[in-house]
Design a protein around this ligand. Structure first.
Ligand SMILES: [Fe+2]
Length: 415
């Protein structure tokens, strides 16, 4: 398809004057064909001609941000050029520039080059992978996808919330809008895992067993395996927040670029030169809390806010299990479990946070993280169910469809 055949002004929902903004249109004309290539390379095989029920944003008001319709994938348009209206009098509310007027100018050439480099990196690409490793992990089955959207999209929520506080106003506004996307992704993850758990509990009660082998033979995912998937996705995701102590994090904050989660609602001086924060270190073979300057610990502050938020879904999944009368409870592993970034990297801690010796770790890691056998079993369940209203054996039907559609709604018209 020739680039010039696409009328971006018509097809891209936007409120950023795309018609007149030639710079933005040029950037888009370069970016869009790459986006289509990416979808053709890495999207589901043979899916280009299906009408798929997809959500996009056409405006930033409450009615416009989630519009659904059937569309062929190559015709899909992201509502990425939408921005909530700016307040010209907005003030920077944290860091060394607190009280000054917010910045409204866009980045120059440096910013554009950085942006280009971001688009060249692809998740899982051997030659040019994403910088953050959680985004390169394989997502080969639906349980992985649900875990990714519950845990890893939630990292997105916290990063975006911190950037939504930015003194650089275009960044603050665009991230606020992107948060509406993240909310839907996390909903997919939370309800997905919940439905898996519900179906497993149903079969546990039918067969009156908690034996993983018997449950697997009945075609459902045992709760122990669900727990191992949680342990994996949670631990690789909390790595995304970076090192506990970071002078970059201090600089981003003090310069007014990146605030804390809920910065505006916090009751302190919003400069943080005096405060301290407790971070975990391995000291003489044991985990110890160490007080460090607050400004340097802002990655850890954000990670702790994330951890608190992550607990919500775990509690709701446990309610599903409790309601089925089953004693098993899912839990978040300890912060020190399976870390690869920061002061806890390489610590051989159990999910309960007990530091173990190498031999014990190797002997028990198969109880704590998904094994090849677990992944093979989950993969074996991933058959195709195409009849509207029918669901795979390993997952309970949803209470209601996406966009309040009936449960037998035809989301994909297979033609
Ligand atoms: Fe997301």
């Amino acid at each position: 398809m020739a680039m010039s055949s696409i009328d971006y002004r018509e097809k891209i929902p936007n409120n950023v004057n795309l018609t007149e903004d030639r710079g933005l249109r040029r950037a888009l004309e370069r970016w869009h064909p790459n986006y289509l290539d990416w979808w053709a390379d890495t999207g589901p095989e043979g899916s280009q001609d299906f009408d798929v029920y997809l959500r996009t944003a056409v405006s930033v008001d409450p009615k416009g941000w989630a519009q659904f319709d059937h569309v062929k994938m190559p015709d899909y348009r992201w509502g990425i050029f939408l921005n909530i209206p700016g307040d010209p009098d907005r003030r920077i509310h944290f860091g060394d520039h607190k009280g000054e007027k917010a910045w409204h100018e866009y980045f120059g050439r440096d910013g554009r080059d950085e942006g280009e480099a971001l688009l060249e990196r692809r998740a899982g690409d051997d030659d040019n992978p994403r910088i953050l490793s959680a985004f390169n992990e394989k997502t080969p089955d639906w349980l992985s996808l649900f875990m990714f959207t519950y845990f890893t999209d939630r990292d997105g929520k916290f990063q975006l919330c911190a950037l939504a506080e930015s003194g650089f106003d275009p960044l603050a506004r665009t991230t606020k809008f992107m948060l509406t996307e993240e909310a839907h992704h996390m909903f997919v993850g939370e309800t997905g895992v919940s439905r898996v758990v519900q179906r497993t509990c149903q079969v546990m009660n039918e067969l009156k067993t908690d034996d993983p082998e018997k449950l697997r033979a009945a075609g459902v995912i045992d709760l122990e395996t669900v727990q191992r998937y949680i342990n994996f996705h949670y631990s690789v995701t909390i790595d995304l927040f970076g090192a506990e102590e970071s002078s970059n994090a201090a600089t981003f904050y003090s310069s007014g670029l990146k605030g804390r989660f809920g910065e505006g609602k916090r009751d302190d001086d919003h400069v943080l030169k005096d405060g301290t924060y407790k971070v975990l270190h391995l000291v003489n073979g044991a985990l110890r809390e160490v007080e460090v300057p607050m400004l340097n610990a802002l990655n850890e502050v954000l990670r702790d806010d994330y951890i608190t938020d992550s607990q919500g879904g775990i509690s709701r999944w446990n309610k599903v299990i409790a309601k089925a009368g089953i004693a098993f409870r899912l839990q978040l592993p300890h912060k020190a479990f399976h870390r690869r970034i920061g002061s806890l990297a390489g610590v051989k801690a159990s999910p309960e946070g007990r530091v173990s010796r190498d031999e014990e770790w190797h002997a028990r890691v198969g109880e704590w993280l998904p094994t090849d056998e677990d992944r093979g079993f989950v993969a074996s369940l991933m058959g195709r169910v195409v009849e509207p209203g029918k669901f795979a054996n390993w997952i309970a039907p949803p209470v209601i469809g996406v966009n309040r559609q009936p449960v037998n709604f035809e989301y994909v018209r297979l033609g």
